[in-house]
Design a binder for this molecule. Structure first.
Ligand SMILES: C[S@@+](CC[C@H](N)C(=O)[O-])C[C@H]1O[C@@H](n2cnc3c(N)ncnc32)[C@H](O)[C@@H]1O
Length: 301
């Protein structure tokens, strides 16, 4: 994890961060409340995993400790009553807060966990377009949506930066392709690949083009959530800095009590960013015992 030392200037406790980044990671199961209820899941869940613990800040979700039985093998999973994903990746969905009846775009949707949880949050009412540039990866989206029996989602296969239209969605999620540094725990501490400066800048160019298009696609007053599973300010705050302040404001995000986040950084390696990038939130692994993530919510002006 030596390469993560570059974040010493922006993390509160470097040693705790580096240690946490190597720890095995628990998973989460959430109830498909379109087809079952939290109470019904709580009836059978102790038989599958006695150590499962309800998570207070998400609707109908439970932590499954690392090393416990794998939810993907449970019959209730095959029946579409639950889905399993990484806890921290629920925060972009929480921040998007899509409502029943809305028009929502998930610009980078594959393999589909956030799209599925978004459709469940919408009560399977309205329209969710689950787009991904890679056609092969869309099969994952089809699989999860079909297994969960969700009908409000349709898939699309386009470069997100070229999706046509103007101000036609209530909400857009940009869960951007990124260097993935925050997923080291998911990979059992094995994601040690060193990312070179050039990669950050190549990814940032793609991320900027996706976020700019997302802002154009959302109606005035609508919401864009920009998220990555990486720590690099080049892929996070610097990308937000590329949006003109007259087009979108970066809103404060009030996380529930008991959740610990750090603000977006306003300066990195000599570059200063627009001040409202501080409203974005950073999930460092040691703060809530999760993977790493970055989430920003923008309001189209
Ligand atoms: C972080 S993953 C998304 C994970 C997904 N949101 C989920 O929760 O399962 C990023 C995705 O962006 C897709 N992608 C990369 N470049 C893209 C582009 N220009 N337009 C749309 N999707 C793109 C990748 O194929 C990849 O599936």
């Amino acid at each position: 994890m030596e390469h993560l030392r570059r974040y010493a200037p922006i993390v509160d406790d470097l040693d705790a961060f580096l240690a946490a980044a190597e720890e095995p990671l628990h998973r989460v199961v959430w109830a498909n409340t379109v087809r079952t209820s939290a109470a019904e899941v709580e009836d059978w869940l102790p038989d599958r995993c006695p150590e499962a613990e309800r998570i207070p800040w998400f609707d109908a979700a439970w932590r499954i400790p690392a090393g416990a039985s794998r939810p993907g093998k449970w019959p209730e999973f095959a029946l579409g009553l639950i889905h399993s994903q990484e806890e921290v990746s629920l925060w972009p969905v929480w921040a998007l807060d899509a409502r029943p009846g809305e028009e929502v775009l998930d610009m980078c949707a594959a393999p589909g966990s956030k799209a599925a949880r978004t459709a469940v949050g919408m009560g399977d009412r309205g329209r969710l377009v689950a787009n991904d540039r890679k056609w092969g990866r869309l099969q994952g989206v089809h699989d999860v949506v079909t297994r969960l029996g969700l009908t409000c989602a349709a898939s699309a296969n386009a470069n997100g930066a070229h999706i046509p239209g103007e101000a036609c969605f209530d909400r857009v999620l940009v869960d951007a392709p990124c260097s993935g540094e925050g997923t080291s725990r998911k990979a059992g501490g094995g994601n040690r690949a060193r990312i070179v400066q050039d990669d950050f800048h190549k990814l940032a160019a793609i991320q900027k083009s996706l976020l700019r298009r997302a802002v154009e696609l959302v109606r005035p007053g609508g919401t864009v959530v920009y998220a990555t599973c990486t720590y690099a300010p080049e892929e996070n705050e610097a990308v937000l800095d590329g949006i003109y302040p007259e087009k979108a404001a970066i809103e404060p995000i009030q996380v529930p009590e008991g959740v610990h986040v750090a603000p977006g950084v306003t300066e990195w390696e000599g570059q200063r960013f627009r001040p409202d990038v501080a409203n974005a939130i950073r999930f460092w692994p040691h703060l809530n015992d999760t993977g790493g993530f970055f989430v920003a919510r923008l309001r189209r002006l």
